[in-house]
Each structure stands twice: as structure tokens, then as C-alpha cells.
Design a protein around this ligand. Structure first.
Ligand code: TYM
Length: 333
């Protein structure tokens, strides 16, 4: 059953590679926290991943593995609607319509488009360019009020809001205008090797990224190699981005106030900081890994979750689409 009284959340992650600590802290931890008070739609946004070339067999497995990772992060499968984006065709339908209310100039300004087209020069496809419109469709389809994401998605969210406002101005109140929700801590977890750069799944340097399925010893090793600085003092200031990043990770995972965390490390060395950060990561990753394995062994259960998720999502999505089609002037059938 959908809870019609509660405000709506939509969020999603692209099923490529494996979930990172950045995804977990920037998104999943907050998703779990918010599930009590909102009707949440958490989608594995598989269509977004196709803007980069995928091997079909590997991709299918990665999508299922991502579903297991969603569940391993503890999301309630009864209350939340958990589904694959491609199973609810209304996403692509709405994306097309919204394309006609989005300007080339707006899309050209998207920094992720600029970054990605630089990184994938051999495949600058139209999907990469219109990606933020599909994202707007994901969100607006459910009349979403709140979108919990990491800081890197802010620009896309602003575009979604502008598209919603524009559409409502032309056709009357249709979409809710969504607010962004960014966690107080860890909205941007940085690379362990280049702490001025976001921690990203696609980083070629494996030491830069912690994956939620990394083994304990791998986590310890990556933390030992994490780049810091030569100040040798644990201070929370921009000149020490590596240290700041470790403090963010610690404070997000321990849910402790950042100031208290900084105070608790007073007088300690970088070795101690790295050790304690590794420990708290392992504390979170261990149960995640264990649950993940159980879910991956139970493909029937996974199928149940995504089928019922898609049914529930479709129920809400089809209502919005009926309204949108009617307002735009398409002949009903
Ligand atoms: P994606 O798959 O890159 O990342 C999923 C979520 O993880 C957050 N995130 C981070 N947070 C903190 N530090 C980091 N280093 C870090 N890396 C990633 C992201 O901000 C995101 O919240 N376009 C989206 C997927 C998407 C979506 C949507 C999200 C498609 N449609 C509708 C919200 C609503 C993306 O590529 O996320």
C-alpha cells in the first residue's frame, strides 16, 4: 500500500560498478533515515547508466547486485517502493515530453555533462546531454517533495525545479516543486588519493575509493595509503583537505557532531585518525557485506521486491501521466 498522506521522496543511484562509501554516506544513510516520515521511491536508475557503454550480461548482473546493495543498506522493503527505473515506462515517456520544455542552453551548462563528455570523448551521445531531463522526469513523476542526494546532484536538482515551475506556469499546478535534501555531514566524500576530487566509482585509482563490498584488510590498506599532508596536526580547515575528508567520514558514520569529533582527535597523530576511520568504516561495511551475500543468494526474493516495487511505482506514475497527457492536449485513449 502507498501512504497517500505522507510527503514524497524520490531518489536513485546508477547501477555501475559497485556502491562506494560516498554513495552510502551521501545518499543511502539518509534514505534509511528518512523512510519513516515519507513515502519513498528508491529506484535503481538503470536507464541512466546506458549513457555509458555497457556489456549486456555484466549490466544485468550489476543491476541485480545493486538491488541487493540497496537492501543491504537496510531499506524497508514493505514501506518503501524499490524498483528498476526501466520497469516503469512512464519515466521515458515523461522524459520525452519534458525535453520539449527544456532548453539546449540549460543542458549545456550542466557541469556533469561537461565532465562526462570530456571523459568519454569517443561516445558523447545525446543521452548524455539529455540525462538531466530523464532525472527530472524520475522526480516529477511521483510529485516528489524531497530528493535526498549528495552535493554533486545540486545543479541537476535545480534544473528539475525549473522544469516543474515552467510546466506548472504553462499548464497549471501539475508537479510538486522538489526540494533538495543534503546531509549535514558527508554530502561530498572526497577521493582518498586526491582529496580535492569527489570519491567516484569510475576512478581508475582503486586506492582512491572505498567500495561497500571491500574486504576489511583492503579497507585498512586503503586508509593507510590515504593522502594527508605534512602539518601533522588534526585540524578542520581547508588547507588540510585529506584530513577534513577523514573527519567527514568519521562524523557521518558515527553520527557525532563534527566539532566533538575534531576535539576527540586533539593531540593524536594521523596514524590514529586513519586507524579509527578504518574501524568505523568496517563497522558499517561488515553487516552490509553480510546482508548483501544473503540477498544475492535469494534471487526469488529479489525478484519479488522489484516486481512489487514496479507495480506500486506504476500506480502512482500512471496517474501523473494521465494528468500530463490531458493537460498537454494529447487525445486520450
Ligand atoms: P550516482 O549514481 O552517481 O550516485 C548516487 C548517490 O550518491 C551520491 N554520491 C555521493 N555523495 C557524497 N559523496 C560522494 N563522493 C558521492 N558520490 C555519489 C550522489 O549524489 C547520489 O545521491 N544522477 C544520479 C542518479 C539519479 C537520481 C535521479 C538521483 C537519476 N535520477 C533522481 C536523484 C533523483 C547519479 O548519477 O547518482
Amino acid at each position: 500500500m502507498l501512504n497517500q498522506q505522507q510527503k514524497v521522496i524520490f531518489s536513485g543511484a546508477q547501477p555501475t560498478g559497485s556502491m562506494t562509501l560516498g554513495n552510502y554516506i551521501g545518499a543511502f544513510q539518509n534514505w534509511k533515515q528518512l523512510e519513516k516520515d515519507y513515502q519513498c521511491y528508491y529506484s535503481i536508475v538503470d536507464l541512466h547508466s546506458l549513457t555509458v557503454k555497457q556489456d549486456p550480461e555484466t549490466f544485468r548482473n550489476t543491476c541485480l547486485s545493486f538491488l541487493a546493495q540497496y537492501l543491504a543498506s537496510g531499506l524497508d522493503t514493505e514501506k518503501n517502493v524499490i524498483f528498476f527505473q526501466s520497469h516503469v515506462r512512464e519515466h521515458t515517456e515523461l522524459a520525452w515530453l519534458l525535453n520539449c520544455y527544456t532548453y539546449m542552453g540549460e543542458l549545456s551548462r550542466m557541469t556533469q555533462f561537461k565532465d562526462k563528455s570530456e571523459r568519454h570523448q569517443e561516445n558523447i551521445n545525446a543521452g548524455l546531454f539529455t540525462y538531466p531531463v530523464l532525472m527530472a522526469a524520475d522526480i516529477l513523476l511521483y510529485k516528489t517533495n524531497l530528493v535526498p542526494v549528495g552535493e554533486d546532484q545540486r545543479q541537476h536538482l535545480e534544473l528539475s525545479r525549473n522544469i516543474a515551475i515552467r510546466f506548472n506556469n504553462i499548464f497549471g499546478e501539475t508537479f510538486a516543486v522538489p526540494d533538495i535534501y543534503v546531509g549535514k555531514q558527508g554530502a561530498k566524500i572526497m577521493s582518498l588519493q586526491e582529496p580535492n576530487k569527489k570519491m567516484s566509482k569510475s576512478d581508475e585509482n582503486q586506492n582512491a575509493v572505498i567500495y561497500m563490498l571491500d574486504d576489511d584488510d583492503v579497507i585498512v590498506k586503503k586508509l593507510k595509503k590515504a593522502v594527508t599532508d605534512s602539518y601533522n596536526e588534526i585540524l578542520d580547515r581547508p588547507e588540510q583537505p585529506g584530513v577534513q575528508n577523514l573527519l567527514s567520514i568519521y562524523s557521518a558514520l558515527s553520527r557525532k557532531d563534527r566539532e566533538d569529533v575534531v576535539n576527540s582527535f586533539e593531540g593524536k597523530g594521523y596514524g590514529a585518525l586513519k586507524k579509527e576511520v578504518a574501524e568505523i568504516i568496517i563497522e558499517n561495511v561488515k553487516p552490509f557485506r553480510e546482508k548483501y551475500r544473503l540477498y544475492m543468494e535469494n534471487s526469488d526474493y529479489l525478484e519479488n521486491v522489484y516486481r512489487s516495487g514496479a507495480d506500486r511505482a506504476r500506480e502512482a506514475a500512471s496517474k501523473t501521466m494521465e494528468d500530463v497527457r490531458e493537460k498537454i492536449g494529447l487525445v486520450s485513449f
